[in-house]
Design a protein around this ligand. Structure first.
Ligand SMILES: Cc1cc2nc3c(=O)[nH]c(=O)nc-3n(C[C@H](O)[C@H](O)[C@H](O)COP(=O)(O)O)c2cc1C
Length: 203
């Protein structure tokens, strides 16, 4: 099977049940992003077009399919956000916070999650998450779409504060069970790890 995304529809033209795109790059990390609106209402939602993109300074990025989604709107208004790490136990509440609810509805309350004050930014972190990345808006990039309904925006943030719960530090290393997005309604839960050490050799 081969198709050109700008010219063909994988459902109508290729006979697939769903657009496969989100299942082709997997697993994708999930940025569970908390923000505050300009008038101080808390908001929380998952974004899996998300990743860490550099180290010094640490920068994360995510994209929203619409600038009017609360997360993008709040960040454009306030310049701050927190990324909360999703662990296996938080999978269900994380999905719960993806509901399309009116602006101003607090998804922490909707999913029964605790608001944890951050140190350097105003948005709360998710108390149940063991890692909070406190971010300041660095840059945005508009991404033109062929879909008139979409108004994509890529948001980059500098991580200015990193909070790691002591309970996940073992032997000087961070250790938690992470969750990734596999496309469709499927998620990966990291059940095992393999360490691979590059051995020295003469080339
Ligand atoms: C696991 C998961 C990942 C998602 N990733 C994205 C994403 O990368 N970009 C996006 O625009 N929406 C994404 N969504 C949908 C948003 O979470 C959803 O539209 C949500 O209602 C947005 O909330 P907000 O308006 O409070 O920001 C994702 C949903 C789920 C369940």
């Amino acid at each position: 099977m081969f198709y050109e995304p700008r010219k063909q529809d994988p459902k109508a033209d290729m006979g697939l049940k769903h657009n496969p795109w989100k299942a082709l790059v997997q697993p994708r990390p999930i940025g569970w992003i908390s923000t505050l609106s300009a008038n101080g209402k808390a908001n929380l939602a998952p974004y899996s077009y998300y990743n860490a993109v550099c180290e010094d300074p640490p920068i994360v990025m995510f994209s929203s399919s619409d600038k009017t989604k609360d997360t993008a709107r709040n960040i454009l208004e306030t310049g701050e956000f927190v990324v909360n790490v999703v662990t296996d136990r938080l999978l269900q509440p994380m999905v719960e916070t993806s509901r399309a609810v009116p602006h101003g509805v607090d998804e922490f309350d909707l999913a029964g999650l605790t608001k944890r004050p951050s140190r350097l930014v105003k948005p709360y972190g998710v108390g149940e998450s063991p890692v909070h990345l406190e971010c300041k808006l660095f840059k945005t990039i508009d991404i033109p779409s062929t879909d008139p309904e979409s108004d994509y925006i890529l948001i980059l943030g500098e991580v200015i504060g990193i909070e790691i719960d002591d309970s996940i530090i073992h032997d000087g290393r961070v250790d938690f069970i992470s969750v990734g997005r596999l496309g469709y309604q499927d998620y990966s839960v990291t059940a095992s790890k393999q360490s691979v050490v590059l051995k020295k050799r003469d080339i």
